[in-house]
Every structure is written in structure tokens, then in C-alpha cells.
Design a protein around this ligand. Structure first.
Ligand code: BGC
Length: 420
């Protein structure tokens, strides 16, 4: 399995580099099918190309993938990603596209520039191209009703990828345990500041949450707040700005600039008088990047501020190594793509999907089958496959990220993502 993953990564790097040449987000005028035909053509030509070519051949002839190549060749998977402007989705798109292709499927991959209308148009386009299954990471989980209904009417299975879509036509949800992401951030704060032995010390904290349109964002927030609540209640932690509610601390589109602006305002309003800031709970890395920038430039104190994150974006891993961000919650999206592929195969092959998928699969990572935690509408649970997130700090970066092959180390000791 490790060998397979390494080979897949080598191919991903090659395919992603080729895809990156052509684009930022797929322009509205470019139909997803054109994008995919180009990519597919390039991928087929790639074998002329040295090591990556060999990796490609080996990867697709490896175990499970090989079994199903011939059966899958007539099937097309539509992969709709939200944007290329947030780092992780480039990795997700590259892994999904490569893994489905290595298993013999055709793919149509689109990025929708964080614009709902474009994502709707991209998915409608995929339906018009006759896709057999959709994998969708929604920009806004409430904005895809019409196109999800169209897919449902056409009998096209839908996997909500990473972010749940609020529509009952969604068949399955594949993600990480989002609530646990928040609890890991909260627990890291408790452990690092040793809050259980605070002996009357009060630590000052601020909070930056995620995009309210993203169904994941309240889960991250709640996991962290529930974990920290006892310390907020007994005064060991204090949110000096008073800005605690999710509605107040959210960050539209997870934008680094929005997070930076709000952090600068908070610092100017509540900390300019010399009040010490100890912790900034940030739901993810794109927001942590803005907060770190604000703290670096606009915070007058000389203590180091504990800042949390999520994803393992390259700029944040650099900050963690340099000490301006404390941790990130890493989610191995390569494995999220593996679960999505195996689930899609099972659905398309008419197999029983549920716990059986986990039992039958040879995954070397944790994943649970959960039929209760997520609902696409009130009372309508969405069966979910949830992987396990992990804390990464400067101390375990090498072990957690480099050894498994997700990142390499550059000449200056900073990490670079293997597939973009
Ligand atoms: C993902 C996070 C990511 C955020 C912004 C969320 O839906 O689960 O991993 O940081 O979107 O891209």
C-alpha cells in the first residue's frame, strides 16, 4: 500500500505540474470537459516521459486498480473542487484525478473559483457530458440544490467530498472527523499552556472561525469551544474582545485577507494598550496565515502567541518551523481520495456499501463508518466515511509528513508538498 501511495504521488506530481501550467481556476468559459480532455490527453502522452511514465504504468497495473481497469474504462467521474486559491484543494483535485485515472476511469475535473454560479455550471456541464458519478466539494453546501436534484433525477450517484451538501440526493459523505479537528486544536492549547495547572493565571485568547457557508466550519469551531469551555467558564481563558460566537468570528470564504483585517481590528481595539495576547484559536491554515501576519506586524507584546491551524499548507508549515504558528491539524487528503475511489467503485459495481467497505478494503489508515453525525436535511442522515485527523508540530513534522511521502524537505529545511 505504501509503495502504491508513493507511486501514485509521483504521478500526481507530474499530472499536477502539467495542470498547473494551464491555469488558475478553470475559467467560466472553459467547459470542464475541455479541461479534462486536455488533462487526459496529456496523461496518456506522459508515458514518453521517463520515471513518471514508469510510475504511471506501475501504479495502474498495481493490485486493485488493475483488477478493475478494463471494467471502468467506459465510466466517467465528475470531480468538482471549490477553488485553487486555497492550497489544499489543489492537492485534493490532483490526488482524486490521478487515483481515478489510475483505476481506469475517465475524469472531468473542475475548479470553480469559489463562485457558486460557476460550480453549478461546472456540475451541469458534467451531467451534460454524461458522467456516471459525481464527487463534489461544495463552495456553499446550501447553494447546489437545483443541480443536485438534476443529478438525482438522472440517477447519478453523488459523493459529497470533505464538505457536506444539504441535499438529500447526496448518497455518501467522505471527510475527516471535523469535530475532532476542533477538539485537537483545543486540547493542544490546554496541554501547551498547561491550563490544568494555571493556578489562577488568566490566558487571553481570540478566535477566528471558518466560512459560515461551509458545513464543516461550525464543527471545527464547536469541537474546539466544547474542549475549551471549562477553562473559559473558570476564567483560566478569557476572550478579551468578547467576540466568541461563531457568527461573529467566522471568515467568509476562509479568506486570509479577511482574517488579517479582522485580526488587525481586534488587536487595535483590545490590545494596543499593552494587554497580553496568549492564544489565537484559528480553525485552519488560510485564516492562521492572516492572523499570524497581523500578530507579527500589529501586536506590540514580545511574548510568543500560540496560534492553531489545520491542513498543513506549505506557508504555514514554514511558519511552524520558524515558530510563528504553533501547530496544524493535518488531514491526509491522499487517503481521503483513496476512500472516495474505493467508495465510488463499490457504488458503480453495485456492491453493498457500509461497514463492509472498510472491512473489505486494505486501508493502512483509520476510517470509521458513521450513520448518525451528518444530516443532509433534518432527520435525513447521510452515511459517512470519516478519517482521523492528526496534530503536526515542529517536533513531529518529519515523522508525520515527510516519512509517509506527503512532503519533501527543500534545501533550506522547509517542506514542499509532493503533489503541489
Ligand atoms: C476543509 C478544511 C479547509 C477549509 C478551507 C474546509 O472545508 O475541511 O480542510 O481548511 O475548507 O479550504
Amino acid at each position: 500500500m505504501k509503495k502504491t501511495l508513493a507511486l501514485i504521488m509521483a504521478v500526481c506530481l507530474c499530472v499536477f505540474m502539467m495542470a498547473a501550467c494551464s491555469s488558475s481556476d478553470t475559467p467560466a468559459s472553459e467547459s470542464p470537459s475541455e479541461a479534462s480532455t486536455d488533462n487526459a490527453a496529456e496523461a496518456t502522452e506522459a508515458p514518453a516521459d521517463d520515471a513518471a511514465a514508469e510510475a504511471s504504468t506501475e501504479a495502474s497495473s498495481d493490485d486493485a486498480a488493475a483488477d478493475s481497469n478494463s471494467d471502468n474504462s467506459e465510466k466517467t467521474i465528475g470531480i468538482s473542487m471549490p477553488t485553487q486559491s486555497l492550497e489544499r484543494w489543489n492537492r485534493d483535485g490532483a490526488y482524486l484525478d490521478e487515483q481515478f485515472q489510475a483505476a481506469g476511469y475517465k475524469t472531468i475535473l473542475s475548479y470553480s473559483d469559489n463562485k457558486n454560479e460557476q460550480q453549478v455550471a461546472d456540475i451541469e456541464n458534467m451531467l451534460a457530458q454524461g458522467v456516471d458519478l459525481l464527487v463534489v466539494a461544495a463552495i456553499d453546501g446550501n447553494a447546489l440544490n437545483t443541480v443536485m436534484n438534476d443529478a438525482g433525477d438522472a440517477g447519478i450517484p453523488i459523493i459529497a467530498y470533505d464538505r457536506l451538501i444539504m441535499n438529500d440526493n447526496v448518497d455518501y459523505y467522505v471527510s475527516f472527523d471535523n469535530y475532532t479537528v476542533g477538539t485537537l486544536q483545543g486540547q493542544y492549547i490546554i496541554d501547551t499552556l498547561d491550563l490544568d495547572n494555571a493556578n489562577g493565571t488568566t490566558y487571553n485568547m481570540e478566535i477566528t472561525g471558518g466560512d459560515p457557508a461551509d458545513n464543516n466550519a461550525p464543527f471545527f469551531y464547536q469541537g474546539a469551544i466544547d474542549t475549551l469551555q471549562p477553562y473559559l467558564d473558570n476564567g483560566t481563558l478569557k476572550v478579551v474582545s468578547g467576540q466568541v460566537d461563531f457568527d461573529v468570528v467566522g471568515t467568509p470564504q476562509w479568506s486570509t485577507d479577511e482574517a488579517l483585517d479582522r485580526a488587525q481590528n481586534v488587536l487595535a481595539s483590545y490590545y494596543a494598550d499593552g494587554t497580553q495576547l496568549d492564544v489565537w484559536l484559528c480553525s485552519n491554515d488560510s485564516t492562521a496565515l492572516g492572523v499570524t501576519q497581523a500578530v507579527t506586524s500589529d501586536y506590540a507584546g514580545d511574548n510568543s502567541v500560540l496560534i492553531t491551524g489545520q491542513d498543513g499548507d506549505v506557508a504555514n508549515l514554514r511558519n511552524i518551523k520558524d515558530g510563528s504558528q504553533s501547530m496544524t491539524v493535518y488531514k491526509a487528503v491522499a487517503n481521503e481520495a483513496v476512500v472516495t475511489l474505493d467508495l465510488a467503485k463499490a457504488i458503480l459495481d453495485g456492491k453493498n456499501v457500509g461497514d463492509a467497505l472498510i472491512k473489505d478494503s486494505n486501508w493502512d489508515f483509520e476510517c470509521i463508518y458513521d450513520t448518525e453525525s451528518y444530516e443532509t436535511s433534518a432527520g435525513h442522515a447521510c452515511p459517512s466515511f470519516l478519517l482521523t485527523p492528526d496534530v503536526v508540530t515542529t517536533d513531529n513534522m518529519e515523522e508525520k509528513l515527510v516519512t509517509p511521502g506527503y512532503y519533501t524537505v527543500d534545501a533550506d529545511g522547509y517542506l514542499e508538498a509532493t503533489n503541489g
